[in-house]
Design a protein around this ligand. Structure first.
Ligand SMILES: Nc1nc2c(c(=O)[nH]1)N[C@H]1C(S)=C(S)[C@@H](COP(=O)(O)OP(=O)(O)OC[C@H]3O[C@@H](n4cnc5c(=O)[nH]c(N)nc54)[C@H](O)[C@@H]3O)O[C@H]1N2
Ligand SMILES: Nc1nc2c(c(=O)[nH]1)N[C@H]1C(S)=C(S)[C@@H](COP(=O)(O)OP(=O)(O)OC[C@H]3O[C@@H](n4cnc5c(=O)[nH]c(N)nc54)[C@H](O)[C@@H]3O)O[C@H]1N2
Ligand code: SF4
Ligand SMILES: [Mo]
Length: 742
């Protein structure tokens, strides 16, 4: 055993299945990883690992892993060498670009691109060399609102308060105990919340379900879905009316208080509480307790992002923080100093609002275009199907599974089938892979070197993201892929295409934008004749790091660089930037909400609201084929026991779930943690249209019930993906009808 508690055949690794990046210990025997566990001697995760991380060996050596790339031929997929696949794909893309221009080639970065820092950067360089800006990411159907909200409100250069120092924290629509984010510290949140509970931190959770996180709360508000914006407006109403806000902070750092005060005036706590179905005293208590705290913060998850008004919710969260002066002040410890990314100076001053609509690529649909959350993935299907110049004809999915994840599955299906070329980089033959022309089989976590730089970078895409400690870790590749496998890293695929197409790759080092960036990123040309190794590429990508990668590598178990942590500097002399509390767009959206209630769809026709629920064993659509992680092959529809009784249902019954747009089957299960009228179902299940007529075999795809046109955000494009009005009816025979609506 070493002094960090490691046996000789145990090697540090980093799990990159989700953004917690838990440090692991992997047991390697004869070149094969036989076991994985949390590494208590590394990081600040307290030795935590979840079942998904511990099953990395299953992912690497399981029967569903693709050990070679595949090509569609004669109605099935046959193995093809990665070199031949790259030859053919390069030739096809060159032809498409020559005939239709570079805009006809698009790239989708899915949640599975999270571990691929090199892959994402080199793919971006390849698109740049090709001349296409048609890059979309899963972030646009996740929590895009925070990025738009930060543009409208401005950010704070000193950063956000630290959860561990807070005496009050509010969590809206997130269940970090299971999901590890987003918008809440992802590194062992269960432990953080337990410690907070012991320290009597006032944890206020707003969620229509009594989640694993809500069980730790001192106050749980359990409203109907979709009321977060007005709950926040009512809290702000109370805080302003009772003069509980930080007048000095607001006077020095913000503008727009009059507009905000006037707009929230309508949102009396009693009126909002009644609409949202919560006791008004609890709403008022939440406002008073937040405003009265010394250090407080507010986190948002996908629940509040999916239920409509996703930007407004985040915007009002920023206003709440600003009103109460809840930003890091001069002299406080810098919460997220970079280690593997470039250094920056944190200052206790506003970073003023910036344009929320970009001047980059404009889409042809719904008035959408470039913006701080990127291009809207929900526009891809229409951009494929809509005739005219610039139509998408080739799509590459890097770690994404649009057939399982995009709203309106039928339209996505029609669109992907209409492509001239669909390429998927994925380790399993997914629903999207099954309709792809090529599936490129990648190397996996334990076969590739990695660092924690990516998690540092997350801080640039929203509040309370990234790592709360100056932690850095590098791990080398631990094992080779299984014997006989022909798998490549994602970046090698794009590098290979560029070589074949004669495209030079100009790479921009990973960076962010906004207040925590001091210098422009370094731009360098990759050597296109002599391919770098993955380790050489990592060194090139991290050449601007605050602590040299070589130094980080010396700590095989990673290192917390508390020695470089600094305190927040005071405001620059002469700086008079202001945060915006009364953005006209946001005020207008808020003011219009009561009118929406009046015209809401008929509650009698759609009496339930469907929300998403993340489960511990699987992430979105992947990992489902491992019975140890996902014992049920389907995603049950959970209902409150009284709703079950009223509908005459018992657990295991089959139902039809109908929205205004489509219908799917479901297997019901009773769940007393739900609010009555709210039903929940895990995303990412089901098959392609026509495949999943019996929901007990592979579950049902909730994306099929959604429409990209439903309450979509005019800037980010995210439609309503939760709080969806649905009707539920019992089905007496297992035979399922195909949906009537195409
Ligand atoms: N109805 C509904 N729709 C939703 C959601 C919802 O809750 N409900 N959630 C939304 C959210 S928050 C998101 S982020 C999106 C996700 O949208 P997607 O990213 O399209 O969906 P995932 O199912 O996460 O697909 C990730 C894919 O990456 C693959 N993958 C995993 N690791 C690797 C790797 O190392 N390399 C490669 N090449 N591939 C890898 C997995 O096998 C999987 O097929 O879906 C959104 N859509
Ligand atoms: N194990 C596991 N981990 C994951 C994933 C996974 O699939 N499995 N997915 C990953 C991805 S892509 C993401 S984006 C993150 C997401 O992480 P989270 O945002 O934490 O996602 P959920 O766990 O679905 O929690 C959303 C919560 O919002 C509640 N909710 C629904 N509607 C509303 C509403 O209108 N208002 C409020 N206040 N609450 C509402 C739901 O009841 C639910 O408890 O998790 C990531 N981590
Ligand atoms: S929480 Fe689980 S899936 Fe996420 S990084 Fe840690 S071990 Fe991996
Ligand atoms: Mo996500």
């Amino acid at each position: 055993m070493s002094d960090t508690g490691r046996a000789a055949n145990e090697h540090p690794a980093i799990c990159r299945l989700c953004t917690a990046f838990c440090p692991l210990l992997a047991t390697v025997e004869d070149g094969v990883v036989t076991a994985v566990k949390g590494h208590a001697g590394a990081g600040f995760h307290g030795g935590y690992s979840c079942p998904k991380g511990r099953s990395l060996p299953d992912q690497h050596y399981g029967p569903n892993r693709l050990l070679s790339s595949m090509k569609a031929e004669g109605g099935q997929h046959v193995a093809i060498s990665s070199a031949a696949a790259m030859d053919e794909i390069a030739e096809k893309i060159s032809r498409i670009v020559a005939e239709h221009g570079p805009r006809s080639v698009a790239l989708f970065f899915g949640f599975g691109s999270v571990p691929q820092m090199a892959g994402v950067v080199v793919a971006g360089a390849w698109m740049g060399a090709l001349g296409s800006r048609m890059m979309f990411s899963a972030g646009s159907i996740d929590k895009p609102g925070i990025q738009i909200a930060l543009a409208l409100h401005g950010d704070w250069q000193g950063g956000q308060p630290l959860f561990e120092e807070a005496d009050c924290w509010m969590i809206f629509g997130a269940n970090p105990v299971i999901s590890k984010g987003p918008g809440f510290p992802a590194q062992n949140p269960g432990q953080l919340l337990k410690a907070a509970q012991r320290a009597k931190v006032d944890l206020i959770v707003v969620d229509p379900r009594q989640t694993e996180t809500a069980k730790r709360a001192s106050l749980h508000l359990q409203p109907c879905p979709g009321y977060d914006a007005v709950i926040l407006a009512a809290m702000i109403h109370v805080i302003i009316a009772e003069q509980l806000y930080d007048e000095a902070f607001v006077a020095e750092n913000a503008e727009g208080l009059a507009a905000l005060t006037a707009t929230v005036a309508t949102f009396r706590p009693e009126m909002v509480a009644e609409e949202a179905g919560i006791p008004s005293q609890e709403l008022i208590a939440a406002a008073r307790r937040f405003a009265g705290a010394k250090v407080a913060g507010v986190s948002f998850g996908t629940g509040s992002s999916f239920a409509g008004h996703s930007t407004l919710v985040e915007y009002l969260g920023l206003c709440l923080a600003t009103l109460c002066g809840q930003w890091a002040r001069a002299g406080q410890r810098v919460r997220k100093p970079n280690v593997l990314l470039p250094a920056y100076v944190a200052k206790a001053q506003p970073y003023k609002p910036y344009p929320a609509k970009g001047s980059g690529e404009q889409l042809r649909v719904r008035g959408l275009g470039s913006c701080p959350s990127g291009l809207a993935a929900t526009a891809i299907a229409d951009e494929i199907l809509m005739e005219g110049e610039g139509r998408i004809r080739a799509l590459i999915c890097l770690g994404g599974n649009p057939m399982m994840s995009f709203p309106d599955q039928h339209r996505t299906f029609e669109a992907l089938k209409a492509l001239d070329l669909l390429v998927v980089l994925d380790f399993e033959l997914t629903a999207t892979g099954r309709i792809a022309d090529y599936v490129i089989a990648p190397k996996l976590t334990l076969e590739t070197p990695a660092t924690t730089a990516l998690v540092e970078r997350l801080k640039y895409s929203g509040t309370h993201r990234g790592m709360d400690r100056p932690y850095a870790h590098y791990v080398p590749k631990l094992v080779d892929p299984p014997a006989g496998a022909d798998v490549i890293e994602e970046w090698e695929f794009f590098y290979g295409l560029a070589q074949r197409m004669g495209l030079p790759l100009r790479v921009v080092t990973p960076h962010g934008a906004g207040p925590h960036v001091e210098h422009a990123p370094t731009v360098f040309d990759l050597d296109m004749t002599c391919k770098p190794t993955s380790d050489e590429l990592l060194s090139l990508l991290l050449q601007d790091s605050r602590v040299p990668l070589g130094e980080v590598k010396l700590h095989v178990d990673g290192h917390i660089y508390d020695e470089i942590a600094e305190t927040v500097h005071p405001r620059d002399a002469g700086n008079d930037d202001r945060l915006q509390l009364g953005d006209p767009l946001m005020m207008a959206e808020l003011a219009a909400i009561p009118a929406e209630w009046a015209t809401a769809p008929d509650r009698a026709a759609f009496p339930f609201q469907l929300v998403s629920r993340r489960i511990n064993g699987v992430i979105n659509s992947f990992g489902r084929s491992n019975p140890r992680l996902c014992p049920k092959p389907y995603n049950p529809l959970s209902l409150h026991p009284e709703d079950m009784a009223e509908l005459g249902l018992v657990s295991g019954d089959l139902v039809e779930i109908r929205s205004a747009f489509d219908r799917v089957g479901g297997v019901v299960e009773t769940d007393a943690t739900l609010r009555r009228g709210v039903v929940s179902m895990t995303q990412g299940f089901g098959g392609l249209p026509g495949e999943d007529s019996d929901p007990r075999t592979m579950g049902s795809n909730t994306g099929r019930l959604l429409s990209v046109h439903d309450m979509f955000d005019p800037i980010s494009g995210i439609p309503r993906m939760g709080g969806l009005p649905v009707a539920i009816s019992r089905v007496d025979t297992p035979a399922r009808r195909e949906p009537e609506i195409a």
